[in-house]
Design a protein around this ligand. Structure first.
Ligand code: ADE
Length: 241
């Protein structure tokens, strides 16, 4: 495949709908994208197939047991090869943004480690993980949803996954701005009209209107995005109006 993900997770079934539906489902079926799961529970040897363990120092909650976890990571590395990048999803990681997604899209083989319970032993991170990534400043009950968020964002940049139209390049954030508003039929909906310019057929006017909307919405809703952004000359001119 163009892009391979190895996912280490105690709940591999959570990935079934993700890999079976929509654009991701189509990419998997066509062989452009491949997702293999590795369950630490399959690497246990005791009667109860134990996958959790108690934290040194005490306190509430459990950690993932080390040996089943590292054996699952090792199995993933064997499939992914030596050059696969290992990412641990956690709120302590570097926040994921579209630039980070872009960078990960250029890597062929990525292993995602999904934590459960209170997380994993720090030494496993030190010896097996290349990057720790967060999908935002909130806490989820496991790394599975974050792994799917990351894979979805990355996969749609892989050539052939989207209807290979301009879809990916025209999107929100590709130029660092929020997306413009969109409209479809009917022309009047509960008394609300579609902006006239979109019916004009003047493609240059429409392009300028959309850019203006993107700039305005970004300025109103996410002024933080404008700070570290290199605006084009046209974008600067429109903002100064
Ligand atoms: N695991 C739990 N919460 C998370 C988050 N916000 N980002 C990445 N992994 C997580």
């Amino acid at each position: 495949p163009e892009k391979w993900f190895g996912v280490v997770s105690l709940f591999p079934d959570m990935f079934a709908p993700f890999t079976q539906q929509g654009v991701i489902g189509r990419a998997v079926k066509s062989g452009t994208l491949s997702v293999d799961t590795f369950n630490p529970r399959d690497f246990t040897h005791d009667r109860h197939r134990t996958v959790d363990d108690r934290p040194y120092g005490g306190g509430p909650g459990m950690l993932m047991m080390v040996k089943p976890l590292t054996d699952a990571i090792q199995a993933a590395k064997k499939v992914g090869g030596k050059k696969s990048k290992v990412i641990y999803l956690s709120p302590q990681g570097k926040p994921l943004d579209q630039a980070g997604v872009q960078r990960l899209a250029n890597i062929d083989r990525t292993i995602l480690i999904c934590g459960r319970y209170e997380g994993i032993d720090e030494r496993v991170i030190e010896s097996h993980v290349d990057e720790e990534v967060s999908i935002g400043d909130y806490v989820l009950s496991g790394g599975e949803l974050p792994a799917m968020v990351l894979m979805d964002a990355v996969a749609r940049l892989v050539p052939g996954v989207l209807g290979h139209k301009a879809s990916a390049v025209e999107d929100s954030f590709t130029d660092g701005l929020l997306d413009c508003p969109h409209y479809t039929r009917p022309e009047i909906l509960d008394g609300q009209k579609v902006p006239e310019v979109l019916l004009s057929g003047d493609h240059e006017k429409i392009r300028q209107w959309r850019l203006m909307q993107s700039l305005g919405r970004t300025w109103h809703r996410r002024p933080d995005l404008l700070n570290h952004l290199a605006l084009t000359e046209e974008q600067q001119r429109l903002l100064e109006l």
